[in-house]
Design a protein around this ligand. Structure first.
Ligand SMILES: NC(=O)c1ccc[n+]([C@@H]2O[C@H](COP(=O)([O-])OP(=O)(O)OC[C@H]3O[C@@H](n4cnc5c(N)ncnc54)[C@H](OP(=O)(O)O)[C@@H]3O)[C@@H](O)[C@H]2O)c1
Length: 414
């Protein structure tokens, strides 16, 4: 994906934060009409002669289904001062947690306020993405115009065309050469989660005779884990949900083999009778240990997976896509002394910002070397005139399952 072209300045339109587009107030709608006519005259301009930047953000002021609560809000960003930086977003993924957050069922709740000029207190949705620095305040030291940055932590509201933030909230991508906005915009949640879970919870010797097992193996996290496993010499058993169309299922399995999976099986196969002997054979009668289990599904497939872990192994739960609880037989705790634990990348990044930078840098190094492949995506192009309905429906489908790829906002002419 080519790096988007720089945009030229345009005559200033809004002097103040404007409107919730779906419920325009009279003054705001006049501004909007003026905005549209000028946009037609010069579609590539977004910064005024006075340095104001026009932004649009997907906001919500109450919890609910994305299609019911997301609004597209236009507002104006003043020229940055002090340590402030103005960003133009390039790519933002739509992750399951983003939707859970909008639904109000996610533990971290974003602060809702009227700072962007919304009529009701609102939060900007989205937690991840890559942006380009378009202007900086006079006190900014860590980044400059043209740099690519990602957010230091989650909860900052990334689904917007432009944003003003303090430089302290940003992680600069030191070397963007050879990287695409998709790769950088999706690095900090899924690949970091896979990286930390594999590395921090397994007692590895890296000799090539160790295993991990995971469900949701075709998810963003799962694909990252497979590729990291290949890099670190871990063999993997990867569980996916079967497809009604067997050709489709084989295609998916082959995609994961191409990434470096050692074995790919369906949930049905995992819960069947024959798998026990197969896993015994694959692990040379258990002499090669399955040291880590990564669980983002729960329910029966989660329980079945736990039974194949070796003694003293760790099973890390990081998601609950089946929405079913994980039931564990007492024997796994008593006789195998398994360690059942959880991981949350948001908490981890807040606590370990230095380690986050190292992790991101290492994954991007592998990406540059071609060792980390792009995830399959369903792109939603976000231009200045993209309708709120288009954006909402890209978000709404996220939790549907059996998707061809992760939803990603790709910003064009904004
Ligand atoms: N704890 C953390 O820090 C952390 C960080 C990142 C992600 N996560 C969690 O990890 C999970 C995967 O996230 P992602 O962004 O990698 O996902 P993703 O790329 O959007 O893919 C979604 C995955 O979930 C599976 N899935 C959907 N509905 C399911 C169901 N009802 N039962 C079983 N599997 C189902 C999909 O399988 P199909 O293709 O078969 O539908 C696919 O593998 C999510 O639960 C997410 O919240 C947690």
């Amino acid at each position: 994906m080519a790096q988007p072209a720089r945009l030229a300045p345009r005559a200033h339109l809004f002097t103040r934060a404007s409107c919730l587009l779906s419920k325009p107030r009279p003054r705001a709608s006049r501004q909007l009409e003026l905005s549209s006519s000028l946009q037609q005259n010069n579609a590539r301009r977004h910064i005024s002669a006075y340095g104001y930047t026009q932004s649009k953000a997907l906001v919500y002021s109450k919890y609910g289904e994305p299609q019911d609560v997301l609004q597209l809000h236009g507002h104006s960003i003043s020229p940055p001062s002090g340590t402030q930086v103005v960003l133009r977003f390039l790519t933002c993924p739509i992750n399951p947690a983003d939707v859970n957050q909008i639904q109000g069922v996610y533990p971290s709740k974003p602060e809702m306020n009227t700072m962007l000029g919304t009529s009701e207190a609102a939060a900007v949705a989205g937690n991840e993405g890559v942006a380009e620095v378009i202007s900086t305040g006079s006190g900014v030291k860590s980044v400059q115009k043209g740099d690519w940055v990602i957010m230091k932590s989650t909860g900052m509201g990334t689904w917007c065309t432009h944003k003003a933030v303090d430089e302290s909230q940003l992680l600069k991508i030191d070397d963007k050469e050879g990287l695409t906005p998709l790769q950088v915009g999706t690095v900090s949640v899924n690949p970091c989660t896979a990286y930390r879970m594999l590395l921090d919870f397994g007692k590895w010797n890296f000799r090539g005779d160790e295993w991990f097992i995971q469900n949701g193996a075709n998810s963003g996290v799962g694909r990252a884990a497979i590729q990291l496993g290949r890099e670190w010499n871990f063999k993997s058993i990867n569980v996916i949900r079967g497809r009604d169309d067997k050709a489709e299922e084989d295609k998916l399995k082959n995609e994961l083999y191409d990434l470096g999976a050692t074995h790919v099986i369906t949930e049905e196969e995992l819960m069947g009778k024959e798998i026990r002997d197969k896993i015994k054979e694959w692990t040379r009668g258990g002499r090669e240990q399955i040291k880590v289990g990564l669980n983002c599904v729960g329910g029966k497939p989660g329980t079945a997976m736990a039974k194949y872990l070796s003694s003293e192994a760790s099973m890390i739960t990081y998601g609950a896509m089946s929405k079913k609880p994980l039931e564990l037989p007492a024997s796994l705790l008593i006789f195998k002394n398994l360690n059942f634990t959880g991981f949350w990348v948001s908490k981890w990044s807040d606590k370990h910002s230095d380690q986050k930078k190292q992790t991101v840098d290492d994954i991007l190094r592998m990406t540059r070397q071609g060792k980390f492949k792009d995830i399959p995506v369903q792109e939603c192009k976000w231009d200045r005139d993209t309708s709120v309905d288009t954006l909402r429906s890209a978000v709404q489908g996220t939790l549907g399952g059996f998707r061809a790829g992760k939803g990603v906002f790709v910003f064009g002419e904004t």
